[in-house]
Design a protein around this ligand. Structure first.
Ligand code: ZN
Length: 453
């Protein structure tokens, strides 16, 4: 296969598609800033000149196509395999995004070591660290990463050549922001380079059957060359997140062509690398004390798995000026809505109070079913009365103050029962739950009564 002949680059606007002969900060056609990125122009022979001896393609009826079972390579790192939907798929391109320093390289080196131990040929190409630094990292891990091939190289062409020649089955690129193709003039990490390198890696994966895993850094500001532009290209997109101050890291699939999305894997950061946490609920509730006000527990559905988390709230007299609203792990707008509903429908005013809400373990509340727990934590803090230590709160709160049921009630309650919870505050269930006592609430009024003295 001869490399495509390069003639020149064009600079195309990602917003409107207008081409520029050279890079400009602002698109000449649509006026959008920072949307113009370099793209290669490969000169193709005119259509007529194409050799007519190319094999023609033949379609076949779907019924004649054999359903092949998807092959997956399990790493044996349980939470990692689980989030991937069972393991790494050969010929796929996966992207792991996350803030610098969160542990992406450690996770992938551990997975690489385990796959190597299972007999797969693995190459870890890093432009972030020298092979010596990777070796130091590997020495601290429980896994034996010794036989994993390491390469300190950022030229994509060189990395792909080595991969092809040494029969590598899994290629890790750490990170997409450091590799570059010599066919573009832009610097590594620029939008054009990131996009073009990702597209080539995808083609390479499909052509050779090599599984490619790419690390992508996301900055808090959401830099334009971040993995957002890559998400469309990759088969699987994972996010590795967590508060750097906490020991827990959450791995979540936001896109998966071979499995379900929104599955959550939980790891703890140890001196020997990342360890899978088999029982996240217990960990997230471990620091909870039953006697403190401003705390309520809910069960979230993270993909197919229920996870129990503690919502903490603190309402305190505001020192001066406009009261503060500080939300961690919950959308500030959702918090504002809940405060307004409690005020207008539940007669509980937070108007002159600073309000702080946070969720244990660095988890984010993504579903409205957590509303009732947030409201319970707020009211508990307001009245300085702890919620019952064995109680779970499940329900969405409407603008009229009505409490609505949540889905997958049984699975959530099974998890709660396993952890010793005995009653659940929720809207009236269709059938009484088998393991917990249901205290049905239809309006926030009733919630206020259970928590106001
Ligand atoms: Zn434009």
């Amino acid at each position: 296969m001869s490399p495509p002949r390069r003639t020149r680059s064009i600079y195309r606007c990602a917003e409107c598609g207008h081409d520029h002969p050279k890079w400009v900060g602002r698109c000449e056609a649509c006026g959008v800033w920072n949307a113009v990125a370099e793209e290669p122009v490969t000169e193709r022979p005119p259509h007529r000149a194409r050799p007519s001896s190319r094999p023609s393609v033949v379609p076949s009826p779907l019924s004649d196509i054999e359903a092949s079972r998807l092959i997956r390579w399990t790493t044996g790192l349980p939470e990692f395999d689980f989030v991937l939907g069972g393991g790494i798929v050969p010929g796929s391109l996966s992207l792991i995004g996350g803030e610098p320093g969160i542990g992406k390289s450690t996770l992938l080196l551990q997975a690489a070591a385990r796959l190597r131990a299972a007999g797969r040929h693995v190459l870890y190409a890093s432009g972030e660290e020298s092979p010596e630094q990777i070796r130091l990292r590997a020495d601290r891990m429980i896994e034996d990463a010794g036989p994993v091939l390491a390469l300190g190289e950022t030229r994509l062409e060189a990395v792909l050549e080595v991969t092809r020649k040494s029969g590598v089955e899994l290629l890790v690129i750490d990170s997409i922001q450091t590799v570059y193709t010599e066919e573009l003039e832009s610097a590594p990490g620029s939008v054009g380079q990131v996009r073009e390198c990702a597209a080539r890696l995808m083609r390479f994966a499909k052509e050779t059957g090599t599984a490619v895993v790419v690390v992508g850094h996301v900055t808090k500001g959401g830099a334009i060359a971040g993995p957002k532009t890559l998400e469309h290209i990759a088969d699987t997109v994972l996010y590795f997140e967590g508060e750097t101050s906490l020991d827990y890291r959450l791995l979540r699939a936001t896109k998966n062509r071979f499995g379900s999305v929104d599955e959550l894997g939980v790891f703890s950061m140890t001196g020997q690398g990342l360890a899978a946490v088999p029982n996240p609920s217990a960990v997230f509730l471990a620091a909870r004390s039953g006697e403190t006000s401003g705390s309520a527990v809910t069960a979230l559905m993270e993909g197919t798995r229920p996870v129990l988390v503690e919502v903490q709230a603190l309402a305190a007299p505001s020192g001066y000026g406009t009261p503060q609203r500080v939300a961690t792990g919950i959308d500030p707008k959702r918090l504002a809505v809940l405060l307004a509903v409690l005020e207008r429908r539940g007669g509980s005013s937070f108007g002159q109070l600073d309000v702080f809400v946070q969720v244990s373990g660095g988890v984010r509340l993504r579903e409205p079913g957590a509303d009732l727990a947030v409201a319970a934590a707020l009211l508990s803090s307001l009245h300085n009365r702890p919620t019952p230590p064995d109680a779970l709160y499940l329900g969405e709160i409407g603008l009229g103050g009505e409490i609505r049921p949540v889905g997958a009630l049984e699975r959530r309650l099974t998890e709660a029962g396993r952890l010793g919870f005995q009653r659940v505050f929720c809207s009236r269930p269709n059938a009484p739950p088998p393991n917990l006592r249901a205290v049905s609430l239809s309006h926030v009024d009733e919630l206020v009564h259970t928590l106001a003295a």
